[in-house]
Design a binder for this molecule. Structure first.
Ligand code: C2E
Ligand code: MG
Ligand code: MG
Ligand code: MG
Length: 282
């Protein structure tokens, strides 16, 4: 009985695996085609100064709309791009496109404005990452101090030596570094202290909880205190309502990003939105 169950279990397992692998391969081809045919694009989500409610920057977020008009979430296709190696080319394109957009926005008068770009660990570990970064900055003319790379907390924990060295090199280019989804990993204080980073991004999960359970708010509070003690900038992610914004501000969080302020938007819409914001403050 145990044996037949085992066999049945094995059959069930491998058949599902087959479906999953086939689906992944299908998506890999579709993604490669979409990328080569310029069907991927960037949206930009503003980041806000909580004291003045003015925009200070925007995060570039990759979008894939398939031929039949459906959006595939980056949480689904980024792992496939990483797995297939396509992330190297794709990530370079994201960085260059975002840098070029920054240059356009600066020309339109938005000069104290930072563009943040998500960087996958596969990209970051690639031996050509630093030369690629330098070349992208040089060729687009983007001022490095207004470009920020977002790396995830899990990445910040692995291979500490490699990371410490890489971050020192990135810093030499003048580009800023933020740790994304902070609070979801287990970085130790001493480890964080050794890393040359500029900013922590509080994960949305802790922002959502901030007006609910006291335990949730204490995690956000802890991250804010930690960031302040280390002299880092802090951005709260996924702020959806005014109460969250108020609590964060009173806890000492200077910056925020979320649907309350603005959704991710096209480059064109961002330029128009920023022009409107500038008129309001004039
Ligand atoms: P992330 O970097 O943590 O980005 C924040 C995500 O939260 C984005 O999802 C954004 O649209 C969403 N978001 C922002 N404000 C709110 C809010 O108020 N409420 C809610 N519910 N969500 C909000 P998105 O665009 O689906 O991206 C998901 C993840 O995919 C990103 O998480 C990032 O890890 C990855 N990703 C996106 N673009 C790129 C890219 O160009 N390169 C790499 N390597 N990863 C990317
Ligand atoms: Mg991010
Ligand atoms: Mg995040
Ligand atoms: Mg995320």
């Amino acid at each position: 009985r145990a044996k037949s169950q085992q066999r049945a279990g094995h059959f069930y397992f491998s058949r599902n695996m087959g479906v999953e692998i086939r689906e992944r391969v299908r998506m890999m081809h579709a993604l490669r085609t979409a990328f080569s045919q310029h069907e991927l694009f960037l949206m930009y989500q503003p980041q806000i100064d909580l004291a003045t409610r003015r925009p200070v920057g925007a995060e570039a977020l990759l979008r894939w709309r398939t031929r039949d008009g459906k959006f595939v979430s980056p949480d689904r296709f980024i792992p496939i791009a990483e797995y297939s190696g396509l992330i190297i080319e794709m990530g370079e394109w994201v960085l260059r496109t975002a840098c070029a957009e920054l240059v356009r926005l600066r020309a339109a008068g938005h000069r104290a404005f930072t563009i943040s770009v998500n960087v996958s660990q596969v990209q970051f570990r690639h031996p050509q990452f630093l030369p690629m970064l330098r070349q992208a900055l040089e060729e687009t003319g983007a001022p490095p101090e207004y470009v920020e790379l977002e790396i995830t907390e899990s990445m910040a924990m692995e291979e500490p030596h490699l990371l410490v060295e890489m971050l020192a090199e990135v810093r030499r280019t003048g580009v800023k570094v933020a740790i994304d989804d902070f609070g979801t990993g287990f970085s130790s204080l001493s480890h964080l202290q050794r890393l040359r980073i500029d900013r922590l991004k509080i994960d949305r999960a802790f922002v959502t909880e901030i007006t609910g359970s006291s335990r949730g708010s204490s995690i956000a509070e802890m991250v804010i205190q930690l960031g302040r003690n280390l002299g880092l900038s802090i951005v709260a992610e996924g702020v959806e309502d005014e109460r969250q914004a108020q609590v964060l501000y009173h806890l000492g969080c200077p910056l925020a990003q979320g649907f309350l302020f603005a959704r991710p938007m096209t480059a064109e819409d961002l330029a128009a939105w920023l022009a409107g914001e500038a008129r309001q403050s004039a």
